[in-house]
Design a protein around this ligand. Structure first.
Ligand SMILES: C[S@@+](CC[C@H](N)C(=O)[O-])C[C@H]1O[C@@H](n2cnc3c(N)ncnc32)[C@H](O)[C@@H]1O
Length: 206
């Protein structure tokens, strides 16, 4: 991971937005994306309750002791730490592009007394792991933020052992509905989708 590859959320440095964008294309594709949601406290508060049970229950039948797991785009690490508890004495690695959120996730693991989890800064397009490293690779609410999710999936497959499990979950804003049909919420959705597309992701990735 070079300093050049480290990205911070655009909202924290709006004046440097274009400068912060990094193009990394291990397979030759053009990639340009910016993490839309950022790590503002208002976003992180909604993360604090994310667990395997409430956010990634599809993994539960596959979480056996001893597995080696990668949780990419791990954010504050609440799911990652829960994964580590469930595969102990296996190991879990959380990777995220933001150094600040990686530090926070590492602090969570210490606070929770979970020793078999490690966090590191990294980019989903160019992971710092050998081929066939993990039994299970997970990306929760990450692919929607990527300009080239197929390149990312290729990289996730590269580090996955043959026969391993690659799991991803993403929202599909096109499928989101609410009632009553409040005009303010409709305006929010229109603006949100435009910003998400501008940042290079796909709000309908799910
Ligand atoms: C919506 S958050 C999801 C966090 C966590 N998986 C969860 O569900 O609580 C998306 C995360 O992906 C990270 N991210 C975005 N682009 C990335 C990239 N190219 N490589 C690694 N992480 C990335 C962001 O920094 C952010 O923490």
């Amino acid at each position: 991971m070079t300093a050049e590859q480290t990205r911070e959320p655009a909202h924290s440095q709006p004046e440097n937005r274009d400068a912060d964008r990094v193009e990394i294309a291990p397979h030759g594709e053009a990639i340009r994306d910016t993490y839309t949601h950022g790590h503002h406290e208002s976003v992180l508060r909604s993360h604090t309750w994310r667990t395997v049970l409430n956010s990634a229950a599809y993994l539960i039948p596959h979480l056996t002791p001893g597995l080696r797991v990668l949780d990419v785009g791990c954010g504050p690490g609440t799911i990652t730490v829960d994964l580590a508890r469930r595969v102990s004495p296996g190991t879990v690695t959380g990777v995220d592009a933001s150094a600040a959120i990686v530090a926070q996730a590492a602090g969570l693991a210490v606070d929770e007394g979970v020793p078999n989890v490690a966090f590191r800064v990294g980019d989903v397009y160019a992971l710092d792991f050998a081929d066939d490293s993990f039994d299970l690779v997970h990306a929760h609410q990450v692919l929607q933020h990527l300009a080239n999710p197929v390149a990312a999936l290729r990289e996730l497959r590269r580090v996955l052992k043959p026969g391993g499990i690659l799991a991803a979950r993403d929202v599909d804003y096109g499928g989101v509905a609410w009632y009553p049909k409040l005009p303010g919420l409709q305006s929010w959705m229109t603006a949100y989708r435009a910003v998400h597309y501008w940042n290079g992701g796909d709000p309908d990735a799910g």
